[in-house]
Design a protein around this ligand. Sequence first.
Ligand code: FAD
Length: 471
Amino acid sequence: MTPALIWFRQDLRLDDNPALHAAQDRPLLACYILDDEAAAGWAHGGAQRWWLHHSLAALRDALASRGATLHLAVGRAEAVVPQLAAAIGASEVHAGRLYEPWARRRDEAVAKALQAEGRRLVLHSSSLLHEPHRVRTGQGKPYSVYTPFSRAIFALGEPPPPLPAPGKLHAPADAAEGVPLETLGLLPERDWWREFPRHWTPGEDGARSRLRRFAARALEGYDGARNTPGVEGTSGLSPHLRFGELSPRQVWHAAREAGAKGEATFLKEILWREFSYHLLWHRQELPEAPLQANFAQFPWQPDAKLLRAWQRGRTGYPIVDAGMRQLWRMGWMHNRVRMIAGSLLVKHLLQPWQAGAAWFWDTLLDGDLASNSASWQWVAGCGADAAPYFRVFNPTLQGEKFDADGAYVRHWVPELAKLPDKYLHKPWEAPDLVLRGAGVRLGADYPRPIVEHAAGRARALDAYAALRAEA
Ligand code: FAD
């Protein structure tokens, strides 16, 4: 049998891996290519690089335990993939399909290069429940609104069951040696990621155990707890899904089998991911340009100082600052707080949503071009299916509602921990005596609000009105 090359990209797992499954009976070489040049501005952010390092180590060991080698390389995939395929005499290269515009261009180039030598690139559906080009409205168009999209997906019925992991694998005779993992230089030099290992275990085993834990415990209460950032009410599966250590099919079926109360709401969240990919596939400008074209004229007021205060969690709004510090230290932020923090940046502070998306891209372990871009456009009100721009979150009320007992803010903004609940989300209203009693010196230990809510809201609405007047 002719050997095959398996090109791992965003499906770093053995279970339910259609590319691996298709070639498991042949001699095979597995490879991963770090090709930052092709990804251009969308190469892995710093936090993702940490994850990728550990995920590749786990994949390498899992493959080795079955008799296969993970060949690591750095360079342009258009050159490396054909070289590797030729070296082992592979007639086919199997890979999971990617949806990012840069990756689509690259796959076309790789397919062409392989074809020129009589070889084939075979792409498999491995990171979505349904291929975005297959899901269409009654008029044959792509969806631009989430609710009808999700209904259409539910109407398609259950996704197929996950494929089993392969048993023993066989290496080809001439498997070339790749570079050591350390050569990829993925671990950031500064150890700002030192808390990550306390929260996360990259790799397929870590993904599986987190899914099991969530299905057994938190799924039951997901409906109620998923909006409370101070409790572990969500799955925390996003980085595992981002790197394909789990497939959405596995997650879907595990949630179904658990038979817990939160199932329907949870599956709808999984479909938000699916919808983001649908948008990215059909609107390739998603990461860079507003889907509502008139927003290209929005009068943003880029300001490096404001952006930095937001990034560092020093806006004076405790719920926002807690979120931004959680992001920095944990590489992840609760969804509710992503919305509140994002809203403050683009509305009260009039900073372009792309600046927020870029910071998230660098600091999120789950940084995903489809979900990040679609969510930021949603927050900014310029996306396909967006909350209207004029709906401006009040960060104080959001904090009081979703972090009523203050557990979240007290954990991530410890300098406010001793404030009573009444003032925790608005320390600037606390009487001096209360502040002194809690050991807080406003403006010294903790900042005053970077912008007053009513003034920030009014400025945002003025900017929006100016945009509409121009349209
Ligand atoms: P759960 O509540 O357990 O949900 C399960 C899974 O469903 C998630 O792992 C995720 O894959 C998917 N999901 C849930 N909500 C969404 C959503 N709104 N959009 C897309 N998928 C969703 N998610 C990312 O995976 N990567 C990103 O880069 C990203 N950037 C975001 C930026 C902003 C401004 C906002 C508001 C949201 C962003 N999200 C992103 C969506 C969401 O916040 C995360 O998916 C979620 O917080 C992950 O935590 P979880 O796995 O515990 O979620």
